[in-house]
Design a binder for this molecule. Structure first.
Ligand code: GLY
Length: 426
């Protein structure tokens, strides 16, 4: 095996491993706060970020038994308008924040029963949603299909374009000079894979080694690796467990001509199957024959407990399109331009892993499951507060639970497992 010669790279305050939307958000916020930051990723943004539809869906993602996750999602959703505006100003690029809200619809009577159970959950948790007659939903959104049994409005659930956000973060990061002004460097994105974490004699993580022999000395290392193809990075670091499992999802991108797409995000239940349709603004369409009035429309998503094999099963594509066109029949005329299978990084309790680990100098920002795009601003602010020991305080909404971030503490899984004696049952 060829072992590359070691090269010493400039010391940084922070090295972020993983350049998806979460890793780049952490890195950009840190660089803006005056820290020097390197992000390591061989193909930045090619994981879950590439597939994500970008729904900021704190309410319509709220699920039974996941109230704490919903509170985290709400706190991050509240940050998105300012985050999007800052990012657009820093990068000069629009990130496609859609403000029209979401329509949640039910296809048949059984689907309506499910929708009503979910709306009752919203009421119990104080979330803003309201059932409306289908005629009212259709008045707001004339592109809804003719056969719907029920509808609800969720005005607070919006969307952004994750690929545009990622491009803007990349640009903002490498142009960040830091607010402190006195420190050179800001941010750098290095397209290499992290292969080893180096600890000092006291166990503190002090450097990251990359696959080209680069040694990146770091004041702190943030793991934002999502579902890495090679997850051996923590093998030599006892005391840290970041249990992330892949949940495969498939999204489709369509190019829709003028007059074919809804203005709202439409989420539906179609004979028991969830599906969503996320329209982007005019001018976002791609593919042959696209024009300035065309839009990208994202249809998603499957959800399978299995690894990221990058295969788009024909049956999954078929059923997503069948269900999406039941809600928005005009999609029949759109062109299918992109089919993207990727895995979401999910944890055993479906809560993310955000903040300090049990190992000094090592932090986590991963495990965001279905909510990586939504949770990026809150994650970035929480990690920055931890990196600066509260020097940049984490401000939360007045009604947020006191232990809001406590439930995302990466140390909750950090029980040290002792090796069983030889011959003992596993
Ligand atoms: N946030 C929607 C999904 O993961 O499919």
């Amino acid at each position: 095996m060829h072992v590359p010669e070691q090269r010493e790279l400039p010391a940084r305050d922070v090295v972020v491993v993983g350049g998806g939307i979460v890793g780049l958000s952490v890195a950009w916020r840190a660089a803006r706060a005056g820290l020097t930051v390197t992000v390591l990723d061989p193909s930045p943004g090619d994981g879950a970020t590439h597939a994500a539809a970008g729904m900021l869906a704190a309410v319509t993602e709220a699920d039974f038994g996941e109230e704490h996750l919903t509170r985290l999602n709400l706190a991050s959703a509240a940050r998105w308008p300012a985050f999007a505006a800052d990012l657009a100003a820093a990068s000069g690029q629009d990130v496609g924040l859609q403000r029209r809200g979401t329509l949640a619809v039910a296809y048949d009577r059984d689907d309506l029963a499910v929708l009503r159970r979910v709306l009752a959950l919203h009421r119990r948790w104080g979330l803003a949603s309201a059932e409306v007659p289908v005629a009212e939903a259709r008045r707001r959104e004339p592109f809804l299909g003719p056969r719907l049994a029920g509808a609800a409005l969720v005005d607070g659930d919006r969307a952004v374009d994750p690929r545009a956000v990622h491009a803007a973060l990349t640009r903002a990061l490498v142009h960040a000079d830091g607010r402190a002004g006195s420190r050179a460097g800001g941010g750098a994105l290095v397209r290499r894979a992290a292969v080893r974490l180096e600890q000092d004699h006291a166990g503190r993580v002090v450097a990251v080694h990359d696959d080209a022999g680069g040694r990146h000395t770091a004041g702190a290392v943030v793991l934002a690796t999502g579902t890495p193809r090679d997850d051996t990075l923590l093998d030599g670091v006892p005391g840290v467990r970041l249990p992330v499992r892949p949940v495969k999802g498939l999204t489709l991108r369509l190019d829709a001509g003028p007059g074919l797409t809804p203005e709202h995000v439409v989420r539906g239940i179609v004979q028991g199957r969830p599906v969503y349709v996320v329209p982007r603004p005019a001018g976002t369409g791609t593919g042959p024959g696209s024009g300035p009035e065309h839009r990208e429309v994202v249809v998603g998503a499957t959800s399978d407990e299995r690894p990221d094999d990058r295969r788009a099963e024909a049956g999954s594509v078929f059923s997503l399109l069948r269900d999406a066109r039941a809600l928005v029949p005009g999609l029949d005329e759109a062109a299918l331009v992109d089919v993207t299978p990727r895995a979401r990084p999910a944890t055993p309790d479906n809560l993310p892993l955000i903040g300090a680990t049990a190992v000094p100098g090592l932090l986590a920002a991963t495990g965001h499951g279905r909510n990586g795009v939504l949770l990026a601003p809150l994650t970035a602010d929480a990690v920055l507060a931890a990196l600066t020991d509260g020097g940049v305080p984490l401000r939360l909404p007045a009604d947020a639970p006191a232990d809001l971030l406590g439930a995302a503490d990466p140390r909750r899984f950090a029980t040290t497992t002792r090796r069983a004696p030889e011959g003992a049952p596993a």
